[in-house]
Design a protein around this ligand. Structure first.
Ligand SMILES: Nc1nc2c(ncn2[C@@H]2O[C@H](COP(=O)(O)OP(=O)(O)OP(=O)(O)O)[C@@H](O)[C@H]2O)c(=O)[nH]1
Ligand SMILES: [Mg+2]
Length: 571
């Protein structure tokens, strides 16, 4: 006789389990209840809600699948998960143990087999299909947004890349932005000249009488100008985050004479301001009176000049002469333009002083602006794109800008501040990154870091690149390396070998060999090599971020790579 025992009736299964949120993606503890014969599994906030039968949600069981699920996340991995999937939605639930996971999977499977399609389920299914169709239609018309994160050490050229994008994809700069940059260019130029004067003084550099006279007059004017500039701050700033705060800060006690720009690249006038005190503030103080120069010779930069043209002291800084210090509204005064021209046309300044100034972290664009002093010094001066690209202000915080590229795709470019102290903030912008553009200034191989005035800048950049390209947060993110400032590199390599930075370098001093060595030094940082099939293959380009034509070519190639690697996701 066949004995066919009926399985024992299943009991209601109840337990607090964690459920992954659908909207806010965190884990929520819920009381799950699975009753035998029910077509739903319900979950409640707590027992009280269960007693009142007010479920927080219901998981339909008809036509549903249940399976084990592995939830791995860098920050918060979960064990013993299961996933319940309908055609249009799935629930991820984390249990407390392997046994509990199996128990719930078995019970749900059984409930699925015995469930029936109720009218409520039919209506719900219909609604979710409609919702999905609606969403699909919306997404079809939506331009995909690709997030590009610009990373790199301070002054490497990240913000310059954003400016190029504005020129190429935003039809250039607005009137407001042009106005901001006009003023920034004045500041860069005037501070650059002040720094050169400081270098002359500190290094006892011999200059002819005519230059000396211009130096003294410029210094006495600059002193008052700075005072007024600090008092007024910078008006009409269209790009708040780019205000060079170092310029506004008057309490800088940095005594390191080689570290004038406390904020790494922005002009630091407060330091210069102090230095300028002994540079003929009252017209009677002289520079290096009979002091010995570094080579032991007596300099000829001596002159106590009681008749000295103290034409720009405070007493005439008010009233009708006030405009002479109001550069923002009236431009650089013609007489100051003349002093600058005189000083800059001195070959000693262009060679020896300029060379020494690198140790003082002089802004690389100073030379360009000084060469253009006649044009920039005109009262009607309006900056051209190249002037704007050359301007320098340290980025503060983070600037996100959307660029609609040919109507196909939006590139959301995130520009961050590159200095050491700022990098801990970067992590907040690592979510949903499509690609990282790492900008490294390869001309920095003989320069020291602004932050500590001792670390080699290129070493710092290599170390930073190492940590970025091997960061597990970006396992599938494309990385594009911009080996930037090749124009300055090409120039410098004629004078200085990269051996100063890479003692093992055995090649010659040619541009090709030296730049190739630096490129390989970067690529070799990637652990496991940079094979074409690796998920975050590093693409590289040699760039000059201030050259719009060449940048356009580079960007088009970057755009194609990113789009081809990403867009299949949207299709
Ligand atoms: N000659 C030359 N100058 C460049 C190049 N790229 C950038 N610069 C200049 O370098 C300076 C610094 O560039 P930024 O774009 O401000 O540097 P950044 O990386 O944004 O710096 P932080 O905001 O401090 O992190 C600016 O004066 C630029 O004009 C380049 O390829 N060639
Ligand atoms: Mg910047």
């Amino acid at each position: 006789m066949d004995f066919n025992p009926t399985p024992p009736p299943r009991e209601t299964l109840r337990a607090y389990l964690s459920k992954k949120g659908h909207v806010v993606k965190n884990w929520k503890l819920r009381l799950f209840v699975l009753k035998p014969g029910s077509s739903y599994m319900e979950y409640f906030v707590d027992e009280t809600k269960e007693q009142q039968h007010l479920p927080q949600g219901r998981v339909p069981l008809y036509g549903t699948r249940v399976m084990e699920y592995v939830y791995s996340s860098n920050n918060n991995p979960r064990e013993f998960c299961l996933s319940v999937e309908t055609e249009h939605k799935n629930w991820i639930i984390s249990t407390g143990s392997k046994a509990q996971q199996m128990e719930w999977i078995e019970a749900i499977k059984h409930a699925i087999e015995t469930s029936v399609e109720t009218d409520e389920i039919k209506i719900q299914k219909h609604k979710s299909i409609e919702k999905q169709l609606h969403l699909d239609g919306k997404n079809k018309n939506k331009t995909p947004v690709l997030k590009l994160l610009l990373l790199g050490t301070g002054e490497s050229g990240k913000s310059t890349v954003v400016k190029q994008m504005k020129i190429l994809h935003h039809k250039g700069f607005s009137k407001e932005e042009e106005e901001f940059y006009r003023n920034l260019i004045y500041i860069n130029l005037l501070d650059g000249m002040a720094l050169l004067i400081h270098v002359i003084k500190e290094n006892n550099i011999e200059i002819p009488q005519e230059t000396l006279s211009a130096v003294k007059n410029y210094s006495s004017w600059y002193r008052v100008y700075i005072e007024k500039r600090n008092k007024n701050g910078i008006r009409n700033n269209p790009i708040g985050s780019m205000i060079p705060t170092s310029i506004l800060n008057n309490n800088n006690n940095n005594n390191n004479s080689n570290s004038l720009r406390n904020n790494g690249g922005g002009s630091s006038s407060s330091e210069l301001d102090k230095k300028m005190t002994h540079l003929s503030l009252d017209g009677s103080t002289c520079i290096n009176s009979n002091s010995a120069s570094s080579n032991g010779n007596t300099t000829t930069t001596t002159t106590s000049n009681s008749n000295s043209t103290n034409i720009h002291n405070r007493s005439n800084s008010d009233g009708s002469n006030n405009n002479i210090f109001n550069v923002q509204d009236f431009g650089i005064p013609p007489i100051i333009t003349n002093y600058i021209s005189t000083i800059w046309s001195d070959p000693v300044v262009q060679s020896e002083v300029m060379l020494q100034a690198q140790k003082y972290h002089i802004n690389e664009s100073t030379q360009y602006y000084l060469n253009e002093i006649k044009r920039i010094g005109k009262p009607t001066y309006q900056p051209v794109n190249l002037d704007i690209l050359k301007s320098r202000a340290t980025t503060n915080g983070v600037v996100e800008t959307d660029f609609n590229v040919n109507g196909d795709v939006i590139f959301r470019i995130v520009d961050v501040a590159g200095q050491r102290g700022e990098r801990k903030k970067w992590i907040n912008f690592f979510d949903d990154v499509t690609a990282i553009v790492f900008v490294a200034a390869i001309n920095e191989y003989d320069q020291k870091l602004v932050e500590d005035n001792c670390t080699n800048r290129l070493h710092e950049s290599l170390n930073l690149f190492d940590s970025i390209c091997n960061d597990s947060t970006f396992p599938k993110t494309s990385i594009i390396l911009f080996l930037n400032k090749i124009d300055l590199f090409r120039d410098k390599i004629k004078r200085t070998s990269i051996k100063i930075c890479f003692p093992d370098y055995a090649g010659d001093q040619s541009y090709e060999k030296s730049s190739n060595y630096i490129k390989n030094s970067f690529l070799s940082k990637k652990k496991g090599g940079n094979g074409v099939n690796s998920q975050n293959f590093i693409y590289f380009h040699f760039t000059c971020a201030t050259d719009t034509k060449s940048f356009e070519t580079v960007f088009n190639s970057v755009r194609d790579i990113i789009i081809s690697k990403t867009l299949e996701f949207y299709c």
